[in-house]
Design a protein around this ligand. Structure first.
Ligand code: F6P
Length: 600
C-alpha cells in the first residue's frame, strides 16, 4: 500500500507544469505525479488521490506555462460564447446550438443539450440545442471508438442536424484536442462561416493539439486549431482550452476532462439563459461565481471521503471475485451512472456486465434523439425493469448495488426497489442528495436501514433548482468515477497510473498503447509496435498481409481481441512466444502483478 500517511505537497501538485515533465506529451496524456502509486493504494488513499487530482482543475495560473479554468482569458472567452448563445436564445428562428464529441465528451454534449432544452420547455420556449456523438446514440451507452477516427462522419452528422438552419453555434469537445470526428466538424464550420461559428473545448494548449495526419484529409487537428486561433482574433471562432492537469489514470479524459467540460458548458449556458430570460447581464464576475460554485461542489462531495472509500472497497471486492456492480438511479444523476458504466470497457478492458447503469424510466427519461435502443442487445437495456428481469435473479452478496437518488425523487419507489434488491443481496448501498435542513422521513430511514452504507450529501438550500440538479450530477459523476476507477485499481487493472489493459480500438488508443509499451519495456518504438501487432493478430510472426494493412484494419481486429497490451508487454520483457505469454497471464490474471513480476 502507498504509505498510510499519504499527503500531497504543493510541489507534487504542480510538478506536471514543469517544461521538463514528460515534454513530448500533451497535458491530457501525461501521467499525474500525484497518482504514481495509485495501484498500491488503499481505497481511502485512492479517493484522496482522486480528490487532489480533481482539485487541480481549480488551481490558479502561475507564470505563463498554462492557462487555467479561472484564467482571465478563459473567462472572457466563456463570456463571448455565452453572448452568442444568448443571441440565439432571443431569436431562435432557423438557429441552433450544436454540442458534439466522442465517448464521454459526446455523452456530456447530449446531457447538457437535454438539460438546457428541458429548461427552455419549462419556459415555453422552443428548443435550440442539439447534439452529435461519434457512433450515434448507441455510443451514449457503449464504447464506439472507431467512428472517433472518422472526420467525414463528423461532418455529415453535423450537416444532418443542421439541415435548413441559417445560424449555427457549433461547440466541439475534444479533451485532448485530438478527435478526427470533431476536427471534420470544425473544418466544415470553417468552410461555411456564413452559417457556422465554431467553438472548441479541450484541455491542452493549442500547440499541443494532435498533429498526426488524418487518412483521407488534408488537415490535422492541429491545423484546424491554428485556423481557429486566427479567426478568434475577430471573434469568428472561439477556443476554450484551459489546462486542468493530467488525469489520475493517464489519458482517462472521462474523469477531469469530462468534469471540466460539464462545468464550462453549464456555466456558459446558465449565464446565457439568465441573460436572455431574466435580464441578468453576462459578466466575468457572474462566470467566476458559477465556477467557484463548482469548486464548492467538489469540496462538498469529497468531504465524504470515508463513505466514498467504502463504496470503492465494496465495488473492488465485487470485481475481484468476478461479480458485478450495478448503479440503479433516478432522475438525471442516474444518467451519470450510465455514462460512467459505458466507459469501463475501453478504459479497463471490462465486460459490459462488470459495471452497469440503470435509469428509472429508461429511454423515456433519457429522451435521446434516436429513441429506445433495446433491440440492439442486452447492454442497451437500461430501465429498472430490465435490471429486475436480466440482473436481479442472479445477484448474490458478492455483487454490489448502488442506489442513486435525491430528495426530489419518489422515495416510495426507491424503497420498493431497495426491498427487492435486499432479497438477493445485502451488499446494497446508496448515494442520496438532499438539501440542508431537510429532515429524513420514516421511509427514508427505512431505506437507510436496508443499505449497508448511505452516502448522504447535503447541498445548500439557497441554490436554485436548476443549479442544484447540476451540482447533484457533478457530484454523482465524481463519486461514480471514483467507484469505477478505484474498483478497477483494486482489481489490479492499473500499473502505476497507466491503464495497461486498454482496448486498442482507435488511432489515439493505438498510439497510447505503443507509447506505454515503450515506456514500460524500454524497447524502441518500432519493436513495440511490431509486438503490439503480433499480440493483436495473435501471431508470432507478422505476415505480409498484416504489415501491408493500415491502422484502420488493425483497429477493426482489435475490437475482437482481449489483453493485447499485457500480452505484448510480457513478450517484450521476456522474449517469450505469445502462447507462453498467454499462459503466464492465465496463471496471474491480475495484470498489474503479472507485469510487476516481469519488471522486477
Ligand atoms: O477513445 C476513447 C476515448 O478516449 C474516451 O475514453 C473519451 O471519452 C473519448 O475518447 C473522447 O476523447 P476526447 O474528448 O479527447 O476527444
Amino acid at each position: 500500500m502507498a504509505g498510510s500517511d499519504w499527503t500531497c505537497d504543493v510541489s507534487t501538485m504542480r510538478e506536471w507544469e514543469s517544461p521538463d515533465y514528460e515534454p513530448s506529451l500533451p497535458v491530457s496524456e501525461k501521467s499525474n505525479p500525484l497518482t504514481r502509486d495509485i495501484d498500491r493504494a488503499s481505497p481511502n488513499h485512492i479517493v484522496r488521490m482522486l480528490q487532489a487530482c480533481d482539485s487541480q482543475m481549480f488551481q490558479e495560473e502561475e507564470g505563463t506555462t498554462y492557462q487555467r479554468l479561472l484564467s482571465d482569458n478563459v473567462v472572457i472567452t466563456m463570456m463571448e460564447v455565452a453572448e452568442r448563445v444568448e443571441l440565439i436564445l432571443k431569436d431562435p428562428q432557423d438557429s441552433l446550438v450544436v454540442l458534439s464529441g466522442c465517448g464521454t465528451s459526446g455523452r456530456l454534449a447530449f446531457l447538457i443539450a437535454s438539460t438546457f432544452n428541458r429548461a427552455l420547455r419549462q419556459l415555453k420556449q422552443s428548443s435550440v440545442y442539439s447534439y452529435t456523438i461519434a457512433g450515434g446514440d448507441r455510443a451514449l451507452l457503449s464504447s464506439q471508438e472507431a467512428p472517433e477516427d472518422d472526420p467525414i462522419l463528423g461532418m455529415l452528422s453535423l450537416k444532418k442536424v443542421c439541415e435548413g438552419k441559417k445560424r449555427v453555434l457549433f461547440i466541439g469537445i475534444s479533451c485532448g484536442l485530438s478527435a478526427p470526428f470533431v476536427a471534420g466538424q470544425l473544418d466544415l464550420c470553417l468552410q461555411h462561416p456564413e452559417v457556422y461559428t465554431p467553438v472548441l473545448i479541450g484541455f491542452n494548449p493549442a500547440h499541443q493539439a494532435r498533429d498526426e495526419p488524418i487518412p483521407g484529409c488534408t488537415f490535422t487537428f492541429h491545423n484546424v486549431v491554428e485556423r481557429m486561433q486566427e479567426l478568434s482574433k475577430s471573434q469568428m471562432a472561439f477556443l476554450i482550452n484551459p489546462s486542468v492537469g493530467p488525469e489520475a489514470i493517464s489519458g482517462s479524459s472521462r474523469m477531469k476532462g469530462g468534469s471540466a467540460t460539464k462545468i464550462l458548458l453549464e456555466v456558459i449556458m446558465s449565464v446565457a439563459h439568465a441573460a436572455a430570460f431574466s435580464k441578468t447581464p453576462i459578466t466575468s464576475k457572474g462566470i467566476l461565481q458559477h465556477l467557484k460554485a463548482s469548486e464548492k461542489t467538489l469540496d462538498i462531495t469529497y468531504s465524504q471521503t470515508e463513505g466514498i472509500s467504502g463504496l470503492v472497497e465494496a465495488a473492488g471486492k465485487s470485481l475481484r471475485c468476478g461479480r458485478r456492480v450495478c448503479y440503479l438511479g433516478w432522475g438525471s444523476p442516474a444518467v451519470l451512472g450510465l455514462i460512467d458504466a459505458s466507459e469501463c470497457n475501453p478504459t479497463f478492458g471490462a465486460a459490459f456486465e462488470d459495471i452497469r447503469g440503470f435509469v428509472n424510466g429508461g429511454y423515456r427519461e433519457l429522451n435521446n434523439s434516436e429513441g429506445p435502443l433495446n433491440s440492439l442487445g442486452p447492454e442497451f437495456c437500461i430501465a429498472h425493469e430490465d435490471f429486475v428481469h436480466q440482473v436481479l435473479p442472479s445477484l448474490n452478496d458478492q455483487d454490489t448495488v448502488l442506489l442513486i437518488y435525491t430528495h426530489s425523487d419518489d422515495v416510495s419507489e426507491v424503497m420498493k426497489m431497495a426491498r427487492r434488491v435486499r432479497e438477493k443481496t445485502s451488499n446494497l448501498h446508496a448515494v442520496y442528495h438532499h438539501v440542508d435542513g431537510d429532515t429524513a422521513t420514516a421511509l427514508q430511514e427505512d431505506i437507510n436501514k436496508l443499505c449497508l452504507s448511505t452516502l448522504k450529501v447535503s447541498w445548500p438550500s439557497s441554490a436554485s433548482a436548476s443549479s442544484l440538479h447540476m451540482q447533484w450530477e457533478l457530484s454523482t459523476k465524481l463519486v461514480l468515477n471514483a467507484v469505477s476507477t478505484g474498483a478497477h485499481v483494486l482489481k489490479g487493472k492499473i500499473y502505476q497510473n497507466y491503464m495497461i489493459d486498454l482496448q486498442v480500438t482507435n488511432s489515439k488508443l493505438y498510439r497510447r498503447a505503443t507509447r506505454l509499451l515503450q515506456k514500460l519495456s524500454g524497447r524502441p518504438e518500432a519493436q513495440c509496435e511490431e509486438t503490439l501487432l503480433k499480440a493483436l493478430y495473435r501471431v508470432d510472426k507478422l505476415t505480409p498481409d498484416i504489415t501491408s494493412s493500415d491502422m484502420t484494419a488493425h483497429i477493426l481486429t482489435a475490437r475482437n481481441t482481449t489483453k493485447v497490451v499485457p500480452l505484448a508487454l510480457v513478450c517484450l520483457l521476456t522474449g517469450c512466444s505469445l502462447e507462453e505469454a498467454k499462459s503466464h497471464l492465465e496463471q496471474q490474471p491480475i495484470v498489474r502483478e503479472a507485469v510487476e513480476a516481469f519488471l522486477t
